[in-house]
Design a protein around this ligand. Structure first.
Ligand SMILES: *Cc1c(COP(=O)(O)O)cnc(C)c1O
Length: 384
């Protein structure tokens, strides 16, 4: 079976799509005067804000930089605590450490793997300043519950929405559900700028702080420059070089036009997976909340003997992936935050069985059928 299957083209779990129009947009910038910060940065920010229905969008160099900028903007400092879910990419918690604050890891719900509001409530201390909710796989968290908790305790609510551009919660758009929402434009995400990120918010003061933060902390107040001489600039706070170039913003703008069609295609493919899985009870998809419209960054299933299934699928030319090692099990976190097994049992149990199957817009229904036929014969074989 394996040898026969591996003659078929390798299917990655995710992949970007670059059109001739994307190429032309990038080439146009290459031939212009502005390679880095120029007119396309503001244009991409505006278009992305409009896509999300947010007042402000700030472009930065990665999804990780977006998280860092959001935390700095709301004033997270040394010894503050920020609650993050166990089931996420390490960057969510790492950004908290960049501000010398402490990530406090909360467990997730067993059926959706989204942050558990009860676990969040239990993790709140007098030092808690913010909660970062991760819209795992593309499904928005329970923002009403999280908002209520944050309001009661005076906490900032940040959405790590890197999986979920275009998703909805109770008819409201991702990008407007939290005080700040962060996105990534890495090639496996919904749209790409090679590397890149964005933060959306309704708060113009935070947006301005993030624009200063991404440029070394340098203020570029035109009126001041006018007054003191055009060369003048000064650094008010410690910032970073987290800028996104015009070259990348041109690609992002062009990609963004495709996003609605790509979301539709991802939803169709997920529907096909859901349908076909009904006849494969050994493989369980995650639960879907009735309150949401999913963005389907990942198609995650839970399987028995995950590592053996992973190996066999790879051998059959099907690129699956594990999302994620729970944050608190990474050796760095175990060493520096004294975390370890037992801290978030739900995430740990899920980690043993989760597998992300291929999902990207160019995937065909035949590819989905192939993935599930392989998966079916693998799990049935392992049962023997
Ligand atoms: C991709 C991702 C990030 C980081 O984004 P980069 O652009 O790779 O820095 C952060 N959080 C989550 C949940 C992600 O999926």
């Amino acid at each position: 079976m394996t040898a026969e299957m591996s003659d078929l083209p390798f299917l990655p779990y995710g992949r970007q799509q670059i059109s001739a129009e994307d190429e032309a947009a990038v080439l146009e910038v290459l031939r212009s005067d502005w390679l880095t910060t120029g007119p396309r940065v503001a244009a991409f920010e505006q278009a992305f804000a409009q896509f999300c229905g947010a007042a402000e969008a700030v472009a930065v160099s990665s999804g990780t930089a977006a998280l860092h900028a959001a935390l700095q903007a709301v004033g997270i400092v040394e010894d503050d605590e920020v609650i993050v879910p166990a089931m996420t990419f390490a960057a969510t918690a790492n950004a908290v450490l960049y501000q010398r604050a402490k990530p406090v890891i909360a467990d997730v719900l067993p059926d959706t793997l989204l942050i558990d509001p009860v676990a969040v409530a239990a993790a709140i201390t007098p030092r808690t300043r913010a909660v970062i909710a991760v819209d795992y796989a593309g499904q928005p968290c329970d923002y009403d519950a999280l908002r209520q908790l944050c309001d009661v305790h005076g906490l900032v609510l940040i959405a790590d929405a890197c999986h979920a551009p275009g998703a909805l919660y109770k008819g409201r758009q991702v990008g407007t559900l939290a005080d700040l929402s962060t996105f990534s434009f890495h090639p496996v995400k919904h749209l790409t700028t090679a590397e890149g990120g964005m933060i959306t918010t309704q708060n113009p003061v935070w947006a301005e702080r993030m624009r200063v933060f991404r440029n070394h902390g340098i203020t570029s107040d035109h009126a001041q420059r006018e007054q003191k001489g055009t060369w003048f600039y000064e650094m008010q706070e410690l910032g970073y070089n987290y800028r996104l170039s015009d070259l990348q913003c041109a690609l992002g703008l062009s990609q963004l036009k495709q996003l609605p069609a790509w979301l539709t295609r991802r939803r169709q493919l997920a529907q096909t997976y859901q349908q076909l899985l009904l006849s494969l009870p050994q493989v369980q998809p995650l639960a879907l909340s009735p309150d949401i419209e999913h963005a389907w960054h990942l198609y995650v299933v839970q399987v028995p003997q995950r590592d053996r299934v992973f190996q066999a699928l790879r051998a059959a030319g099907i690129g699956c992936q594990v999302h994620y090692i729970p944050v608190h099990l990474h050796p760095y976190y175990q060493r520096h935050l004294q975390t370890g097994p037992g801290l978030c049992p739900v995430a740990e149990q899920a980690y043993a069985s989760v597998l992300s199957l291929p999902l990207f817009p160019q995937l065909s229904e035949a590819d989905v059928t192939r993935v599930l036929q392989s998966l079916g014969s693998i799990v049935r074989h392992l049962e023997k």
